[in-house]
Design a protein around this ligand. Structure first.
Ligand code: AMP
Ligand code: ZN
Length: 114
C-alpha cells in the first residue's frame, strides 16, 4: 500500500494536475487521456477497487458521483454528455489498485465499449 501511486497523489507526494481536492476526494487529469477531458476521481482513503468496497465506502462513491456532475458542468459537457467509468479487476483492465472513476467528456462515445 505504501507504493500505491494514487495514495501518493492523494498525499501530495506525487505530482498530478489536480482539478479538485477536498477532505475526502481528489480529482486529477489522466496522464494518458482518452478524450479531450479525462479526469480521474479517487477517494483519498485507500480502497483497492469496486470489488473490495465495504458498506462504509459507499458514501464516498456517492460523493464522487456528485463531483462528476459538478466537473461536467465546469468543463461544459454536462448537457451534451459524458461518461463515468470504473474498471474492476483484470478482465476490465484495472491497472491501478486504488479505486478510481474515469470522467470522460468532450467527444462522442460508443456503446457497448468493447
Ligand atoms: P485503469 O486501467 O482503470 O486502472 O486506469 C488507470 C489510469 O490511470 C490510466 O488511464 C492511466 O493513464 C492513469 N494513470 C496512471 N498513472 C497516473 C498518474 N501518475 N497520473 C495520472 N494518471 C495516471
Ligand atoms: Zn492507494
Amino acid at each position: 500500500m505504501e507504493e500505491c501511486i494514487f495514495c501518493a497523489i492523494a498525499r501530495g507526494e506525487m505530482k498530478a494536475a489536480i482539478v479538485h481536492e477536498d477532505e475526502e476526494v481528489v480529482a486529477f487529469k489522466d496522464i494518458e487521456p482518452q478524450a479531450p477531458v479525462h479526469i480521474l476521481i479517487i477517494p483519498k482513503r485507500h480502497i483497492a477497487g469496486l470489488a473490495e468496497m465495504t458498506p462504509e465506502d459507499e458514501a464516498v462513491v456517492g460523493r464522487i458521483a456528485g463531483l462528476s456532475r459538478k466537473l461536467a458542468e465546469r468543463f461544459s459537457f454536462s448537457q451534451c454528455g459524458f461518461r463515468l467509468v470504473a474498471n474492476s479487476g483484470p478482465d476490465a483492465g484495472q491497472a491501478v489498485a486504488h479505486l478510481h472513476f474515469h470522467l470522460l467528456g468532450g467527444r462522442k462515445f460508443r456503446w457497448p465499449p468493447g
